[in-house]
Write a protein that binds this ligand. Structure first.
Ligand code: FES
Ligand code: MG
Length: 579
């Protein structure tokens, strides 16, 4: 299918079922459009495009969407379409509790049902802050209408007394300095004011930048869209371009099921590895791929990580640059051009061309920001997946952001059953802990706690004062994409459903060998069986509402944490409204 195929007729558009018939129901639809001041010439004979906008007063990263939506609208009108803005939950990573991960599937459901219930033929999805990219695209994939993803783009670099500050990463770094009593109240307040100084997403290679880049590599965005800083005028032009293109996509019937293959999602993995992605990429990309009927597994990520090196010198894997620098260095297209041999260049994208065509002319303008394949930041990919008796369904680590001496390590477990007790203990000057111990946090997985970003367990203050800045930490939680350190994450099955993590005791020895992809708890099977017999499941957290659905239906981390009842893939669509 190409755009050159015969375009659809107006009668075959979905929205025509609402607006075209000469019957009482359509009279109602039309008269209420007239009530809003539109005339039939605004919509008749035209594709209706939903602009699913995650703007809200509570999402700093999407503040510009209030204006950008008008740019998208302008493009839609220019191309002969009709625009309907449909707001969706905005999921601010920094304000939403307990964690936006808890609501990613909520946004996915909302997106799918917004599109299904309204008279729309295609959609522009406006997101960027961490979970919004997977949430919006998962929902749109399940609905199956043509869509384009418009990434919010990263914010400008942070600045404090002439020092560049990166979202998250520098907050964590300087917080440790503050805990070690090396920063004053005044320093800290100035940093607060300097670290986020424009609209747009976190500008380190956190989950937002990772997922926006992946969306582009999978083919959901127009070429180059994921790297444009939110404050750049190019972002407005890109917004209008998305509006123009989606109208063409509707006429060409370029639905995701006709565009995407397994190769599209494998391109997402290769891109993630080269970017030095957030560990969250694994959970989200698996969930997205399963929605499209092309299920990726942890093994796909681990295999890619052995092939594709990290070449984006962006914090936290790199130590210098930020997403603004990445844009000036050529952006994602230039990075993809560098890893071209690792891509399926024939995969289709929303502009109707292949990924290979889209990156053909891309160039790198700064070889220190986007490295050559033989001058990488890290010789393997960003993530590694380990297995063993402690994690039969896998545990994830980001070796590129971890102190090298921890990649092969044996240490004594120091176990915490919940975050409050961990938090209290790490500030205790008498805590019995050494830099060789392995901090363990459990009951923080999907069912245990909604899988919050608690996985970069704080280094005990006592060790910080001794100069320790990294140690091995293990949990069934996630961590922020802007985090770093020897953090073993997403341990599956999680403790709250009785995974082996639930049975570890302080004093047990844990061995980790990242090169061999092994994690081992030095406790024999008979003792594990005794501990299992004595184990009881923690009580369910939610008695009602959305939490009730979440607790019963969320899948494990290695399966993408989608709800089991939402995974209906292409070809098994939910029926259209039949009235
Ligand atoms: Fe929105 Fe980081 S808080 S992307
Ligand atoms: Mg984040």
């Amino acid at each position: 299918m190409t755009d050159a195929d015969a375009p659809l007729s107006y009668d075959s558009l979905r929205s025509a079922r609402w607006f075209a018939p000469d019957d009482l129901r359509s009279f109602g639809h039309r008269s209420r459009m007239l009530q809003m001041g539109y005339a039939p010439s605004d919509w008749a004979g035209k594709p209706v495009i939903a602009i699913v906008n995650t703007w809200s007063d509570a999402n700093q990263c999407h503040a510009h969407f209030r204006q950008r939506v008008d740019d998208v609208r302008r493009g839609i009108f220019q191309a002969g379409g009709f625009a309907l803005e449909l707001p969706a939950i905005s999921l601010s990573e920094s304000l939403v509790k307990p964690t936006t991960m808890f609501y990613r599937n909520f946004l996915a459901m909302e997106t799918e049902e917004l599109l299904r219930s309204h008279p729309v033929d295609g959609a522009v999805l406006m997101g960027g802050c961490d979970k919004t990219t997977p949430g919006l695209t998962m929902g749109a994939l399940s609905m199956g209408l043509p869509f384009i993803y418009l990434p919010a783009g990263p914010m400008l670099r942070g600045n404090w007394r002439g020092k560049v500050l990166g979202s998250g990463s520098d907050a964590f770094k300087y917080w440790d300095e503050r805990r070690a009593a090396r920063l004053s109240e005044q320093d800290w307040q100035e940093m607060e004011a300097g670290i986020a100084r424009s609209h747009g997403t976190c500008m380190t290679m956190g989950t937002a930048a990772t997922m926006m880049g992946i969306a582009e590599a999978v083919g959901f965005t127009l070429p180059g869209a994921s790297s444009i800083p939110a404050a750049d005028a190019g972002h407005m032009r890109m917004s209008a371009e998305c509006g123009r293109r989606i109208v063409e996509m509707v006429w060409a019937d370029l639905r995701p099921a006709r565009m995407l293959t397994r190769a599209s999602f494998e391109n997402g993995i290769a891109c993630a590895m080269a970017m030095g992605c957030s560990t969250n990429a694994i959970v989200h990309l698996i969930a997205m791929s399963r929605r499209a009927g092309h299920a990726l597994t942890l093994d796909d990520f681990d295999a890619a990580s052995r092939r594709v090196p990290v070449i984006a010198n962006i914090r936290p894997s790199g130590d210098t640059y930020l997403m603004e620098d990445f844009f000036y260095a050529g952006g994602l297209r230039a990075l993809l051009q560098r890893i071209r041999v690792h891509l399926h260049v024939d995969a289709r994208t929303v502009n109707g061309r292949t990924l290979g065509q889209n990156i053909e002319a891309a160039q790198v303008y700064n070889d220190d920001v986007i490295r050559a394949l033989d001058q990488p930041i890290y010789a393997e990919g960003a993530l590694a997946v380990l297995h063993g008796n402690l994690a039969p369904d896998g545990v994830v680590i980001k070796p590129s952001a971890c102190a090298p001496h921890l990649l092969q390590h044996r240490g004594r477990a120091l176990v915490f059953d919940d975050y409050p007790s961990l938090k209290k203990a790490v500030d205790d000057p008498e805590l019995e802990v050494t830099a060789d111990d392995v901090l363990v946090l459990r009951n923080a997985g999907p069912r245990g706690a909604g899988m919050p970003e608690w996985g970069m367990l704080p280094i005990p203050a006592k060790l910080l004062r001794q100069g320790v800045r990294d140690m091995l930490r293990l949990s069934d939680a996630r961590m922020s994409g802007t985090s770093y350190g020897g953090c073993l994450l997403h341990c599956a099955p999680e403790a709250a459903i009785g995974g082996p993590l639930a049975l570890v005791r302080s004093g047990d020895y844990i061995t980790v060998d990242v090169a061999a992809r092994r994690i081992h708890l030095e406790v024999d099977d008979a003792e594990m069986a005794r501990r299992r017999a004595a184990w009881t499941a923690p009580p369910a957290r939610y008695e009602r509402g959305y939490g009730w659905i979440f607790g019963r239906h969320v899948l494990q981390a290695n399966e993408g944490c989608d709800f089991d009842f939402l995974e209906t893939s292409f070809g098994r669509a939910v029926p259209e409204p039949d009235i």
